[in-house]
Design a protein around this ligand. Structure first.
Ligand code: ADP
Length: 506
């Protein structure tokens, strides 16, 4: 049962072609990791205007591919680019994709439905028959739906299983019912969605009836569904995290799995990172403190960060770093409540982030009020981010919810000990340090509250004073395996599971 699989990963964005968020990292890294395991994984994404043909060596493989679009048809061109041995197919259309941005247009529903239809039609023309079509987020939610309806009796897809991965349940692709005409599904009508629950704090309570929710279609029709951590897969079954779709997720609970995203260990490597002051690896950390300074090779990075942040140069003061979108999801409401008490503690704080305007205002004030203790960078700066991962002692992620989270994994790889709220991927990767047993790799709190956050920081501060214990925590993080290889193996299992369900027939 371990023959090689043919997998088409379909996504709206993928590194190196187009990146808006974390989905692009997954879509770029996972197929490559699958290929390293011997599988024939390929990628399909739209050919946006910003994708340079020469830069990626694009070659047109199909011209004027007819794609059904409502009562009509539109033509698509299919381009191929080979990335480190992996074929990537880019769907070109002057009408839909020859635009600068990836998202944010009034016709996004049509655009991505068209992309999906073109991707399926392309497979037939190229005569490449995947065993598994791996769909990602709402943009591709229509594919599992089609395979169970309009392609149901198409022999080309007779054995193809679908996997639907939820990267962010908050974005659901909600459109008016006319999208069904365009998608050739008008005859089948709307699918009944749960009545709108009472409005939850911080979430919309719009009524979904009468609307097309592409995310819901992916969930309802895929052979298997997964989210990007095991804990988040459980959490979304509840109204608190389910974003109004929890009733249908519960309905499909037996098909719902969780697989943590991996980290690209080549890209994130303190031994080779050209942006940090001093390169280091886990090995020198083991040398006596006298050889490498208080925290081995990392101390040079800490001092460099303090200099950059205009904080007192002090190797012994706990320096907490944070790099994040400034959004409620990331726990900024409780952090703001806690900030004055936090600043009473013996520590320094460096924040890098951009996002909601009100947080820009609040943290600009924090910077003024706590000059010399807190440094706030309100910008997007990948090089500075690396210097914070390398120079901070601890890394804060107090998220309200977190489907997977990359920040804590990068921090651990760089030897910064995570302080997190135990939710989603944070719960799966960070185990609270228990002084009684010595187990754990960071500090985790459960209650989403200012008090719980402060208590976790205070616990970290206590342990930080015990150099040997702290070093143990750093080493555990640095030695952990959050690589794509581990995650890709789990995806292969998931694909086989999907094929079994497909053969068994729902
Ligand atoms: P999310 O994708 O929900 O924003 P993750 O923790 O999964 O959160 O990933 C965030 C990524 O973006 C990390 O790699 C982090 O370093 C990076 N990042 C976030 N904000 C900034 C910023 N202002 N400057 C540079 N990098 C940032």
């Amino acid at each position: 049962m371990d023959e090689t699989l043919k997998i088409l990963l379909v996504a709206s964005e993928a590194v190196p072609f187009a990146k808006v968020g974390g989905l692009a990292d997954v879509a770029g890294s996972l197929p490559k990791a699958l290929r390293r395991l011997g599988h024939d994984a390929r990628l399909a994404l739209p050919k946006y205007g910003r994708i340079n043909e020469a830069e990626f060596g694009l070659r047109k493989v199909l011209d004027s591919l007819p794609v059904p679009a409502g009562s009509d048809q539109e033509l698509a061109s299919i381009f191929e680019s080979v990335v480190e041995g992996m074929p990537a197919y880019l769907v070109g259309s002057d009408k839909y994709f020859d635009r600068e941005e990836v998202y944010g247009y009034d016709d996004d529903g049509e655009r991505f439905v068209f992309f999906c239809r073109a991707a399926l039609e392309m497979l037939k023309k190229l005569d490449w028959r995947p065993d598994v079509i791996h769909c990602n987020d709402w943009h591709t939610g229509i594919i599992p739906n089609w395979l169970k309806i309009i392609y149901k009796d198409d022999p080309f897809f007779a054995d193809a299983a679908t996997v639907f991965t939820i990267h962010n349940l908050a974005y659901q692709g909600i459109f008016g019912p006319e999208l069904l005409e365009f998608a050739d599904l008008a005859d089948y009508g709307l699918i009944p969605l749960p009545p709108s629950p009472p409005k939850l704090e911080g979430r919309g309570g719009d009524d979904l009836s009468g609307l097309v929710v592409l995310m819901a279609r992916g969930i309802l029709f895929a052979d298997v569904i997964n989210t990007v951590s095991e804990k988040y897969a459980q959490e979304i079954l509840t109204p608190e995290y389910g974003e109004r779709l929890d009733p249908i997720l519960v309905q499909r609970q037996d098909r719902l799995f969780g697989i943590l995203n991996g980290l690209d260990y080549e890209v994130w490597n303190p031994a080779t990172d050209p942006h940090i002051a001093v390169n280091y690896d886990v090995a020198p950390l083991l040398s006596p403190p006298t050889l490498g300074g208080r925290k081995g090779g990392r101390v040079g990075n800490k001092l460099a960060l303090q200099r950059k942040a205009e904080l007192p140069l002090d190797a012994d003061l706990l320096l907490i770093g944070m790099i994040s979108r400034l959004a409620d999801q990331k726990g900024f409401d409780i952090l703001v409540e806690a900030i004055d008490e936090l600043m009473e503690l013996d520590l320094q704080f460096v924040l890098l982030g951009t996002g909601e305007e009100r947080y820009h205002r609040i943290f600009a004030n924090v910077a003024g009020k706590y000059q010399g203790q807190a440094a706030i960078f309100l910008k997007f700066d990948p090089a500075l981010a690396r210097r914070i991962y390398a120079g901070s002692d601890a890394f804060l992620m107090p998220s309200r919810y977190e489907p997977c989270g990359l920040g804590q994994m990068i921090a651990m790889r760089y030897g910064s000990v995570p302080i997190v709220r135990s939710t989603g991927g944070l719960a799966d990767t960070v185990k609270d340090y228990d002084p009684a047993t010595g187990q754990g790799n960071g500090f985790a709190f459960s209650d989403y509250s200012e008090e719980a956050l402060l208590a976790a920081v205070e616990r970290a501060l206590k342990v930080y004073r015990r150099q040997d214990t702290w070093r143990t925590l750093m080493e555990r993080g640095m030695r952990a395996d959050f690589s794509w290889q581990a995650s890709a193996r789990k995806y292969v299992e998931l694909y086989r599971q999907a094929l079994k369900f497909r053969q068994g027939g729902p």
